[in-house]
Design a protein around this ligand. Sequence first.
Ligand code: F6P
Length: 322
Amino acid sequence: MKKIAVFTSGGDSPGMNACIRAVVRTGIKMGAEVVGIRCGYEGMIEADFVPLDSQAVSGIIQQGGTILQTARCARFRTPEGRRMAYDQLMKAGIEGVVAIGGDGTFTGAHVFSQEYDFPFVGTPGTIDNDLFGTDYTIGYDTAINTAMAAIDNIRDTANAHNRLFIVEVMGRDAGFIALRSGIASGAEAVLIPESTSDTQHLLEILSRNEAMRKRANIIVVAEGDEEGGAFQLAKTIRERFPIFETKVTILGHVQRGGRPTCSERVLASRLGMEAVKALLDGRRNVMIGQVHKDITYIPFEQAIKHHQRVNPGLLEMVEMLC
Ligand code: F6P
């Protein structure tokens, strides 16, 4: 392969830039020309290609966001959009692509690979950590640290006022961010979609805490929890325990930005490097992950079909410690 491309797609996540840098530098060292595709699949359709040399990715390892920008592209979901994308790749002489993204990105790559004989390799870039075949996705470590720091701040004011805070964190339909940030910030309860009995348990905890006159409480809830999020939960709690002064904080997109942590930069760099090696080695339509310390090659179909399972040990910790 003489010319490869790299792009970021879906929700941005801290560490994407470190991954882009690794793809570019590994590609060049292995003798390939590397181009960036701007704004995900949209840029592929529009031939928004930019040549990337080693200098172009200098000083980006510490930056959040993505220098290539990103998008959620509706057109790539249509056969016409994918046809246009394929034609543009052919016209530009691009022989293989590294896709950095999550579930939606790999679903697109999987469909594309069934229609066209074109090599894609992916690296998992999402704060949600919801892909099968990797212990951690690029962005997750930074997001949980950002969430933890924010919850620590909320704890100060919760204690100062004796208030109950419900903090909603991201994660789409997965509870990984809630689980880790909740445990790490000593939350009184954590509610996640993977565990359906937690609301009842929460009410028991609050009842017990009220009996002890402990009114400063932090409840971390995943946005995808079946209870319907923080405001719905606040309504339930206010009805049942009007004595608690209940406040809601939605952390939102603050969790998506920021400087990647050290682990994030190393993981993203390793996965980016391995993605290029895999692509130039002839692998195709696989996501590169890391399980324990080993590199994994997971077919896109599997990465998106089977969600990573929540560690039962962490659920037990919530039970025991919260
Ligand atoms: O997939 C990452 C994520 O931040 C989810 O946690 C969240 O549900 C979603 O993206 C938000 O997407 P958007 O930024 O498009 O509103």
